[in-house]
Design a protein around this ligand. Structure first.
Ligand code: FE2
Ligand code: FE2
Length: 265
């Protein structure tokens, strides 16, 4: 799988976990239980940062490449670009409602609940459509050369400070995300994955885990920047310049996808 789509999928996993937190807080408010206001604020701060300013623009690069190569796809894809603007607007608007709710009377619950529910549902639907239609379409239609022209590395470098800020914010939310996984007994897989990802703080931790499990892969730093996931003397995937934690997570999802694909053959 080309790196660009892998990076986008990894970011979707993180956004989905933050949306789960928002949904959990929504349920608390609906039950008239005390919501965690700080957590709500952090989750919305995260969503108005990296996803709005980096994730969606990266997808826009893939979108622009697709319609440049296949103009006939313009009509079927144009809603995705519009939805990015809509999501950014909804995030800003929800942050405003949240700050009013934090100062105002309990009557403000109704507006916040309605807005929060619509927000989570819309965001999930948007990502679902991308996962089911947009990403597969890009994978099917774009060539390796097309993907190599989609330069996320440059994008990440330009937004390095924003990326670091997002990592820090996500770190703040991480304990709650892990707790949520623990509380949700029905979703064993998600819980295990959250715990597993939490151990991959850097390249060494990832490599140790792979070696311990007898997986024939290793994550290495590249002299020119970025990382490579190597196995059996060849490069399995290249990962653009980013933090070691992000690279380890990216390598994990890539390897997981590769082994799952092999298992279903
Ligand atoms: Fe998107
Ligand atoms: Fe997306």
């Amino acid at each position: 799988m080309p790196d660009a789509i892998l990076v986008l999928q990894l970011e979707h996993r993180k956004i989905a976990k933050v949306l789960n937190l928002l949904k959990q807080q929504l349920t608390e408010i609906e039950r008239n239980e005390p919501a965690d206001r700080h957590l709500l604020q952090s989750a919305l701060d995260y969503l108005s940062g990296y996803p709005d300013q980096c994730h969606h623009p990266k997808e826009d690069l893939v979108y622009r490449k697709l319609v440049a190569r296949f103009p006939e796809l313009t009509e079927s894809l144009k809603e995705l670009g519009e939805e990015h603007e809509e999501l950014a607007y909804r995030t800003r608007s929800l942050r405003q409602t949240l700050s009013e709710w934090q100062q105002g009377p309990p009557a403000g619950n109704v507006t916040l609940v309605d807005q929060l529910r619509a927000f989570v549902d819309n965001y999930r639907l948007h990502m679902q459509i991308e996962e089911q239609h947009f990403f597969p379409m890009a994978l099917q239609r774009l060539s390796r050369d097309d993907f190599s022209e989609i330069d996320f590395t440059l994008f990440d470098k330009l937004n390095q400070s924003l990326d670091q800020e997002a990592e820090a914010r996500y770190g703040e939310l991480h304990a709650a995300i892990t707790q949520l996984g623990n509380a949700d007994k029905a979703d064993t897989e998600q819980r295990e994955e959250a715990a597993r990802l939490a151990t991959f703080q850097d390249m060494a931790a990832f490599n140790d885990a792979m070696q311990h499990e007898g997986e024939p892969v290793k994550l290495v730093r590249l002299a020119g920047g970025g990382y490579a996931l190597e196995g059996k003397g060849r490069t399995i995937a290249r990962i653009p310049e980013c933090s070691e934690t992000r690279a380890a997570w990216c390598a994990y999802f890539f390897w997981k996808a590769t082994t799952m694909k092999r298992a279903t053959r």
